[in-house]
Ligand binder design. Sequence first.
Ligand code: TAP
Length: 519
Amino acid sequence: MPSDQSPKGAAPRRTTARAASVTTPAPAATVAPASSGLAGSSPWAYAPAPESREIVTIRQRYGLFIDGKERAPSGGEVTITYNPATEEPLAEIAKGTPADADRAIEAADRAYRKVWSKLHPRERAKYLYRISRILQERSREFAVTETMDSGKPIRESRDVDVPLAAAHFWYYAGWADKLEYAVPGRRPEAHGVVGQVIPWNFPLLMLAWKIAPALAAGNTVVLKPASTTPLTALLFADVCRQAELPDGVVNIVTGPGSTGMSIVTDPRVAKVAFTGSTSVGVTIAKGIAGQGKGLTLELGGKAANIVFEDAALDQAVEGVVNGIFFNQGEVCCAGSRLLVQESIADEFLARLRDRMSMLRIGDPMDKNTDIGAINSKAQMESIGELVASGVAEGAQIWQPACDLPTRGWFFRPTLFTNVAQSHRIAREEIFGPVLATITFRTVAEAIEKANNTAYGLSAGIWTEKGSRILQVASALKAGVVWANTFNRFDPTAPFGGYKESGYGREGGMQGLHAYLRSS
Ligand code: TAP
């Protein structure tokens, strides 16, 4: 929920319309009493506002998209993708093998040499514009499919993921015939075939971040989506067919991590782009070391969202809520560490608890839902394990007394106070709706604590003082620093990290550089 789409501030307590019994995935939680200063005893409740799933047809089985055609996997095996909000199976997905990766790379290589590299850049741009338009035309279908497959609220897939994906294709279409302006004084050239591996938290958007600049720069693509969220990538294959993109320019190979590894290590793949966990990023970097391939890694984060005593507090509360609860906190740049100045900590945390008590958790297909389902059972367990470690290490846990659906993987929004910087919840990426609060007294202490992390992807600053924003932003070791806002994404702006958050940038002109070699 970026700040312009944040849940209604004056909303009453969450609805109980979809609620059944309460499940408590987190151990030893201090669950808040049902009262809230803002909500009072108001009986208001939102009526359910479900988006219809009738507008999408999810097939029983999907193949691989290779050389413009749907193909059965060479091993004949399939995996199942589930709806995390209901635990229902959605479809059987081809389990691509290294042999399938090889076929896809061969098709991409052929398409690059015979078709895509021979096209005038203006013609390449036309395909990108066409893809962008089709994404806009089919936006509802994409939003519903994304929400069913990933668990994210329909409001976010509808208002953030899909429009931003279309915007990326539109933006990079504009660059396709202006590449020499991206690398002034040098001759831009495509790499050839690029291999891309994407995660499950923003399946369509990560695909757009990767495919749009790659095609604009003149490359062809083999992309592997995450196993738990393949559906929008496979729907995108249909968009490629509809746009009459030449065969082999985009290839989608579903399958396990080992299939991703065979894509990125293949000698015909000249450039690799990966978004996901730091551990897999390291494995990929080791796997391709010495091969002379281009590599961009967009890995995890543990962002500090820093609230100074002069900040507009209600605005900062919205920003902190947006920072950690957008997409259930399954966001690499999530503001998962709240750094709040000691002088306002009690007041700020009281307002934050009130606001958290109003969040509506439940059916992601309901347009009123703020927090949807956790993407997978494994992720749910990983969040639970880290939350348990926070309790065991002595941090104070607080969760609002909200009802959760009885089926599906849902995790209560969680606030930790009394957190030490050494606690695991302050150091490790939780990738869930869990906020760890640390206090500070001075600007210098805030900077030191914010930078006290192995990561360096993003940060937020909340203050009325412009000079303080400049001072703190330039001292923070984070690739993206938001001031008095959070989770703002724009195709024209570069995004990427420092330290264990990876290297290289996606978005903007900088994102194009990664897909060009220039002489
Ligand atoms: P990863 O394992 O990193 O998965 C990301 C992508 O890499 C998926 O497509 C995955 O395929 C693929 N992959 C896995 N092993 C691979 C290998 N050896 N070679 C090539 N590709 C490989 O992330 P996850 O398991 O889904 O999540 C684990 C943790 O990673 C999360 O708890 C979170 O902390 C972090 N994470 C971070 C991000 C971002 S955006 N920074 C995104 C997702 C997760 P499969 O899906 O088939 O395994």
